[in-house]
Design a protein around this ligand. Structure first.
Ligand code: ATR
Length: 276
């Protein structure tokens, strides 16, 4: 009998998680099966219940169910509580453990895969939605010199600043408030790359950036990364590394084993290039 895992979302057919976890399972000789399940927008709870009744051991949760997964959990890790969102569920007897591995995924990608330290750097984080919220505390825990949260709707950025103010040097505002400042690392956590638009930030913020990171990914460079490249960014990265690293942390939660991520990142990049 194979242990059963899945990702639930809507839509979900684009998800790379089955590919990633199947590669991890092969690499570490785990007897497990991982597939993708589409839940109706009003049918998340039922989909989880059905999965548990089939003997399912754990789930990844993607858009738009991360908040519902948070509310469903009987135990939450500290990082899931702070993110107010859950991307990993683990079922044990009657318990449902809810965790969030996104922040760890980003930090590991920047630190281990891209080889950059966040400590003492000036960081600009664009966006104040769920994707941004989940990475603020992990970023502050690396002791940056400054974390700026900039958002189209500034009051959302200011609310996040208030929530995390006791954890480090954090300021917030709209995109233009920081247009004359220089940053070492700029992270796009808005959903603009999904819609082929750009956050309206000044081109000059990129001129000193050693890394510009887009949490989104696509077959080609995202529009945001192209914009950064044209305006002086030294190194560019999309969200593929973060995706694989957050998956590795979920895999660890379920199986107690740390899979190797670099070969899987390489495999995923070539898989995406070969997709028509
Ligand atoms: P998620 O949970 O995936 O982060 P979200 O909560 O809808 O999604 O947040 C999306 C983020 O992208 C928000 O910061 C949003 O800005 P607003 O708070 O002003 O809505 C940002 N965003 C979406 N479209 C944008 C656009 N065209 N320009 C700038 N920011 C945009």
């Amino acid at each position: 009998m194979l242990d059963l895992y899945a990702v639930i979302g809507n839509p979900v057919s684009h998800s790379k998680s089955p590919l990633i976890h199947t590669a991890f399972a092969q690499q570490t000789n785990q007897s497990m099966q991982y597939d993708a399940r589409l839940a109706p927008l009003d049918g998340f709870m039922l989909a989880v219940e059905n999965f548990r009744q089939q003997g399912g051991k754990g789930l990844n949760i993607t858009v738009p169910f991360k908040l519902e997964a948070h509310d469903l959990s009987t135990h939450l890790t500290e990082r899931a509580k702070i993110a107010q969102a859950v991307n990993t569920l683990k079922f044990e007897n009657d318990e449902i453990l809810g965790d969030n591995t996104d922040g760890t995924g980003l930090i590991r990608d920047i630190g281990s895969n891209l080889g950059l330290s966040i400590t003492a750097k000036r960081i600009l984080l664009l966006g104040a939605g769920g994707a941004s919220r989940g990475v603020i505390l992990p970023l502050l825990q690396q002791n940056p010199a400054l974390l700026v949260i900039a958002n189209r709707t500034p009051h959302k950025a200011k609310a996040l600043q208030q929530q995390f103010i006791s954890h480090g040097h954090i300021v917030a505002g709209d995109f233009m408030a920081f247009s004359d400042e220089k940053f070492d690392i700029i992270i796009n956590a808005t959903s603009t790359s999904l819609h082929n638009t750009l956050p309206e930030i000044s081109a000059s913020v990129f001129s000193h950036a050693e890394l510009v990171y887009d949490m989104m990914y696509s077959r080609e460079l995202t529009g945001f990364l192209k914009f950064a490249q044209q305006n002086g960014a030294q190194q560019l990265a999309d969200g593929i590394g973060m995706l694989v690293e957050q998956a590795a942390e979920s895999f660890f939660i379920w199986r107690g084993i740390n899979p190797q991520t670099k070969p899987v990142i390489t495999m995923l990049k070539s898989h995406m290039l070969n997709q028509s």
